[in-house]
Design a protein around this ligand. Structure first.
Ligand code: G3P
Length: 496
């Protein structure tokens, strides 16, 4: 159970502690932030409302701890990460329980998130050993005007203190996707979890604590964004920010100093369906891609752009699959569970009502109870409807019928987002041309968008983000290149 057994020390009364300097602590604010269970809409957990002074302390210890961590042998850093991964996987049950209660993640998906996170940490340790164990060697006579008198050696060195801010929808997985690359590369790490998802994050951090990482290397600060959000992201002690979330990321990138940023800020992933597509495959992917975790994924299929001639058949196939989705509490492992908050449900409802008013065809009746919204497919959506462009982050999927492939590509590219997209066709040549034309970080051919496997590059363009993630890219992003040039008095050639 969350907060018990080996996790007993992370809670005080009914308030979870924050983690700093290798210890679980109560905030001097004496205040707590409540975490509302999306299903019951009642307070499920409480976490510390940390102060700016506590942020300052964490930054100081993170800076000091990083200096000696950077001198810790790479194999030893990897060993500790492997240990943390094993502890995380062993204790998946209480962490999954927190995910169910805080973010209404279906029971099986909650367990999968924790296991996937352990695998990510292990892979990151292995990848780090490989790529950080290598550098480059350059000689000067390859550039015009130079003789072979300079040898340049390069290696990758840590940035310093990395600030990680994961979103509510994968609080554990998208936290470790920042923590593990930061640590293997020799950085220290300050984690600011989302409020909903904070308790799962605190449990995950305790697994790193139990693995025996040095004091102060990892910290986890909880609290109100209004109190410590800007203070953290603008803190002079931060040397890199890795953020996943909504358009708050745009504000952060405007305010952050001259530091590397890794941002993933959502998407409006288009699914373009051509006449020759396997429509059973398409329907299965639309339902999985559009409705898993109730559509609360950055990479969810968020608009279907289907050729008019096959639209009726496809919509019928999707409708019959949607009818089979189970709707209810995450504890019962239902396919559709309550969305994360009442304000999110209200926003989704606003998009649905706008589409209704403007004449979209409702393939199911719109139904909502509290934060639980039944899956809804909206056909005959037109570009003047908000749902054609905005990201519902809920179980509502618009279908736009297109007269040509160009129309589909145009709609995809007119979005301010550019995370992923997908195209369904049996013609690989057409698929490649469409993929090249789509202004998105990734295009999936004959499958719904997805971030994983976690070592694949993952990036958005336009308002979808800055930089590229995936294990290898994240390790590289959290390092900088250092060169040493050896200057020789005379040209020197191998083998004389
Ligand atoms: O919403 C977060 C985004 O990274 C999605 O991940 O694994 O569901 O494709 P995934």
């Amino acid at each position: 159970m969350a907060g018990s057994g080996i996790f007993g020390e992370i809670i005080d009364g009914d308030v979870f502690k924050y983690y700093a300097d290798g210890e679980w602590k109560k905030s001097s604010s004496g205040k707590a932030v409540s975490i509302i269970n999306p299903t019951t809409r009642k307070t499920q957990y409480k976490v510390q409302a940390c102060t700016q002074e506590e942020v300052n302390k964490v930054m100081e210890t993170a800076k000091a701890a990083q200096k000696s961590w950077a001198k810790t042998p790479l194999w030893k850093r990897a060993e500790l990460l492997h240990k943390a991964a094993a502890i995380l996987k062993e204790h998946r049950a209480p962490i999954a329980e927190a995910l169910i209660k805080e973010i209404a993640k279906p029971a099986k998906d909650a367990v999968t998130e924790v296991v996937r996170s352990g695998d990510l940490v292990s892979y990151c340790a292995e990848e780090g050993v490989r790529i950080l164990g290598q550098g480059t060697f350059l000689v000067s006579d390859s550039f015009p005007g130079n003789e072979r008198t300079k040898y340049c050696l390069t290696s990758k060195i840590p940035l310093g203190v990395v600030l990680a801010i994961p979103p509510f929808n994968y609080p554990v997985n998208l936290a470790v996707s920042k923590i593990a690359p930061a640590l293997i590369a020799g950085n220290s790490l300050v984690l600011k979890p989302p409020t909903q998802g904070a308790v799962a994050c605190l449990h995950m951090v305790h697994c790193f604590h139990l693995a025996g990482f040095p004091k102060g290397l990892i910290s986890c600060i909880t609290g109100k964004g209004s109190e410590i959000g800007d203070f953290l992201t603008m803190h002079p002690g931060v040397n890199c920010i890795s953020f996943t979330g909504g358009d708050t990321g745009i504000a952060i990138s405007k305010k952050a100093g001259m530091i590397p940023l890794q941002m993933e800020l959502g998407g409006k992933d288009a699914c373009i369906v051509l006449e020759d597509a396997d429509l059973d495959l398409v329907a299965a992917n639309i339902v999985k891609g559009g409705f898993s975790y109730s559509g609360q994924r950055c990479t969810a299929v968020k608009v279907v752009l289907v050729m008019e001639s096959i639209a009726d058949t496809l919509v019928e196939k999707v409708k019959s699959k949607v009818a089979k989705l189970t709707v209810g509490p995450p504890e019962d492992d239902c396919d559709i569970t309550p969305v994360v908050s009442e304000s999110s449900a209200n926003f989704i409802e606003g998009l649905v009502m706008d589409a209704k008013q403007k004449g979209a065809t409702f393939c199911q009746e719109y139904k909502r109870e509290g934060n639980l919204i039944w899956p809804l497919l909206l056909d005959h959506v037109r570009p003047d409807m908000r749902i054609a462009w905005e990201e519902p982050f809920g179980p509502v999927l618009p279908v736009i019928r297109i007269g040509s492939v160009e129309e589909g590509i145009h709609h995809c590219n007119a979005s301010n987002f550019g995370l992923q997209g997908c195209v369904f066709t049996k013609d690989i040549n057409k698929a490649m041309l469409i993929s090249d034309a789509m202004e998105t970080g990734t295009v999936q051919i004959n499958s719904a968008p997805a971030r994983g496997p976690d070592h694949f590059p993952f990036q958005g363009i336009k308002d979808s983000g800055i930089g590229s993630q995936g294990i290898t890219n994240s390790i590289n992003m959290m390092t900088k290149v250092k060169s040493t040039v050896i200057n020789l008095p005379t040209p020197s050639y191998t083998m004389g």
